[in-house]
Design a protein around this ligand. Structure first.
Ligand code: T5A
Length: 209
């Protein structure tokens, strides 16, 4: 029987290093003989993704509820493919997921429980790596401030909302360290997870357990 792949989500506030470390993690998994692939949300290439991209770049405006639902739809349209890949043994490293959806929208003032609803029924990750970076450090990083949500007060609130979603599948990584040290800390968590997580167990659908 083919063992399913691991479903790893990487979360964090803007500029915390998700893209950098997701790419490194996929590379390292593959070089260690684990078939792995990078997935990113929002996927800006689809129809919903194009609307999201335009909104984030402040080229268009949308009601807060409407954009929240679009982000969720952007995940739903990928679910069948993600499920097939995991079932066939591929490990997925997913850069942002439903936790971002809820944390950003609730930080803007939408009701937290309302925000969770559209993502009910999505696949549950085995592991969530939260790249934790102080806002003062994030502001110093290249590109901060270019997109709609890259504002100091909002990012502080987003982190608070993320922490309300944390459960035992979450591991906090100090993302303010050097890239090499962050990479090492992530790998240590992955190795521990590979030893402890049971990939003969089927995929779960209880995201907000
Ligand atoms: N959003 C998203 C929602 O509102 N709802 C949702 O449902 C979802 C999925 C776009 C926005 O959409 C919101 C959240 C976001 O505001 P995005 O496309 O993921 O989401 O965009 P960002 O979060 O802005 O992601 P970025 O890709 O821009 O930032 P990353 O990936 O966190 O950071 P990265 O790797 O590009 O690194 C940023 C810089 O820091 C350096 C890198 O070299 C780079 O220059 N860096 C480090 N420097 C020093 N030390 C380290 N350890 C470093 N690690 C990286």
């Amino acid at each position: 029987m083919t063992q399913r792949g691991l479903f790893i989500v990487v979360e964090g506030c803007d500029r915390s290093g998700k893209s950098t470390h997701c790419a490194k993690l996929v590379e390292k998994l593959n070089s260690n003989g684990i078939d792995a692939e990078l997935i990113k949300f929002p996927d800006r290439t689809t129809q919903t993704g194009k609307m999201i991209d335009s909104y984030l770049q402040q080229k268009s405006d949308l009601d807060d509820h409407a954009i929240h639902l679009l982000f969720s739809a952007n995940r739903w349209e990928a679910m069948k493919i993600l499920f097939e890949k995991l079932k066939n043994g591929k490990t997925l490293v997913v850069d942002r997921y439903a936790f971002s959806g809820v944390a950003f929208s609730s930080a803007k003032g939408l009701d937290l429980e309302w925000c969770k609803n559209p993502d009910i029924g999505l696949l549950t990750p085995d592991l969530v790596l939260f790249l934790d970076l102080d806002i003062n450090e994030a502001e110093k990083r290249g590109g901060f401030g270019e997109e709609r949500y890259e504002k100091r007060e909002l990012q502080i609130k987003v982190r608070e909302e993320f922490m309300k979603l944390k459960d035992e599948s979450w591991k906090l990584i100090n993302a303010g360290q050097s890239k090499e040290k962050v990479e090492q800390d992530i790998w240590a968590v992955i190795e521990e997870a590979r030893n402890s997580l049971d990939t003969t167990k089927s995929l779960q659908y209880n995201l907000w357990k």
